[in-house]
Design a protein around this ligand. Sequence first.
Ligand code: ANZ
Ligand code: ZN
Length: 803
Amino acid sequence: MKEYRPNEIEEKWQNIWEQKKVFETSNDKLKDKFYALIEFPYPSGQGLHVGHPRPYTALDIVSRKRRLEGYNVLFPIGWDAFGLPTENYAIKHKIHPKEVTKKNVARFKSQLKSIGFSFDWSKEINTTDPDYYKWTQWIFLKLFENGLAYKQEIPINWCTSCKIGLANEEVVGGTCERCGGEVVRKVKNQWMLKITEYADRLIDDLDSVDYLDKIKIQQKNWIGRSKGMEVDFRIAGKDEELKVFTTRPDTLYGATYMVVAAEHPLIEKYKELIINMDEIRKYQKYVSKKSDFERTELSKEKTGVEIKGLKAINPVSQNEIPIWISDYVLMSYGTGAIMAVPAHDSRDWEFAKKFNLPIVEVVKGGNVEKEAFTDTESGILVNSELINGLEVDVAKEKISKWLETKGLGKRTTNYKLRDWVFSRQRYWGEPIPLIYCEECGWVPVPEDELPVKLPEVENYEPTENGESPLANITEWVETSCPKCGRKARRETDTMPQWAGSSWYFLRYIDPHNSKGIVTKEDLDYWLPVDWYNGGMEHTTLHLLYSRFWHKFLYDIGVVPTKEPYSKRTSHGMILGENNEKMSKSRGNVVNPDDIVEEYGADTLRTYEMFIGDFEKSVPWSENGVKGCRRFLERVWRLQNIVVPGDKYTKKLETNIQKTIKKVSEDYESLKFNTAIAALMTLLNDFNDFGKITYADFKTYLILLNPVAPHITEELWEIIGLKGMLNESQWPQYDEDKAKDEVIDMPVQVNGKVRGTIVVSIDDTQDIARDKVKENKNIMKYIEGKQIVKEIFIIGKIYNIVVK
Ligand code: ANZ
Ligand code: ZN
């Protein structure tokens, strides 16, 4: 036997697979298809990280298995390569971002190849390739033509360090998601996409897809649909209404004061009447420095100022109530004003306690002097004249009707989701393909002139005034209007990095098409993506954006399905050995190249799948890696105990059948670790028995192949099995034989057989005892007597002695 030398074997098979185009998708549309998708990487300067191979190996396993089952599999790969890190690196080192990208892609590519993923490399895409971004621009123009892209002056989140506008989603705790820099508000004219128009469908259609529950919940929470009512409160002595948004019109009698956002227009309108304007101005200034995030933090001490000189009238009780301003009410949500119900809302309660405002219980059940009673999904109304004694649901309906008939309110739905800020003032992104003409306004670049290519420039530093670097390139900016021919200017903003990844799974299907985005026939066959796995950090942004674009493309007849992905799963992170997130600064980063070099790609793959529950974060362990290498060494040595025979060894057959079943099921349900554990157990059985047939070994190799494709392919060749392993078939199991062997176990009471119970051959005494208890015939001889002795022989007999 030759020694196990992974590096040699791995390179050998990778070359063979590539030459024979083993993993290229076939054009045979009569076959059942399987489209497996992983989130394509951003080719950063750091190279691949051991976190990357985890999801890739997972779907590689499923893809390899499905191929052996006869599916036509599409398992593509590409590069999400526009974006800031590359641009920043390019600026710092004075290399063109295109060059930086090229270099990074080459590195990533060789790393991925060394791990032996079965990607169809012929379908590789790159979002920065003009042939690709031509279609990103095309989709944008379609959105524009359909009224879903518009320009608006809006206060945006401005990262003071990246000098770039950020979407709300990119601001984390008041800082930039990318660089951690301070984010301030700045008014800018920005391109926006009307994702809010799709809010309902983005929620409702989740019912038709198979996503992990936690992913669906995140999508729903992010969209934040909230059904409620707008209720009018009159300003005392004025012909003026203050509108609030509430989800709880049934608690209206408990509204003892109101709160408006510090920026609410009511204040400016009545500033003459307000007697404490100085105090209010001071508070407004204090609030303006805070992000929405900081304002709504639950834990913080409540602050606020009463607007003295104005009062509101509660529309049901007619009581005069004070109006306050406080930072816990946001101008950007609902109407920017609330009716405060301190008895049943925690924030209102804290505020009321601090400023000594009345608290009136309206839903029975708590002690509202001690704390807000918020468990009010159901309950009975009190202190509420029109709706006393009613159940919450009924009360809500009744008061809503009452308000509607009086013209005091209307039902509305609010969303947390905001339109998508689509402009970036940077160089390394897709140019927005629009031209501004004094006469015609915004005019799309004609389709046959796409792509609008990024001009070659010397300098891509952002400008100090916050304009895109493209704005400085006069010869590029100045153009003529496609409509009227007059002098006109190109839009200089570029698209956010999210653009290219919002539709990449479509282009994979037909990446070299120069006439259209994707051939319709191919879309009909391949969509939807059957299985998409990606990180939990992308379940709010990328997933939502790509579902939005897909729905839009469905509406205009480009794609045949309403949803892009039928199934979405997610993996946990791989942490450093010290249980912390891997990062350069913590010094705990593991480079996959080193693992491949020292132990082999098959070991890396096996380890990453064996490391723990796929969905959980787990720390890296070098010892674990070694263990997996030892396991593969033992697999390697199985070649020594192979004996002729094209049938399963009788004594091993049940275990083999069981393992086929378990591994087949586990690979499909993200339980890679238990599948590998089952293969380890079977290996022990093989060794205990001492010899295995070709049939035993063949099945073993196929089962292990998706995890460790190189070693299994090599062993296949060594023992002289026909063809290549990847051309063989996934083993079937015999449902009956895969079951645990069951027997009729005799049960003796005081030495006489009184009946039998059906148990598995390895069932324990506890299980057998339960079976006995269910058996009336046997129990006749036991009931009412005292059991003095039990002898249980596993798989044989159960003896009970009674007195
Ligand atoms: C009275 C009330 C009583 C409320 C009660 C809640 C509980 P969601 O579900 O997130 O939509 N609200 C409305 N506009 C707001 C704003 N601009 N800033 C801060 N809070 C605002 O929450 C809706 C509830 O949040 C509304 O219903 C309102 O308080 C508050 F027992 O009205 B409620
Ligand atoms: Zn014009």
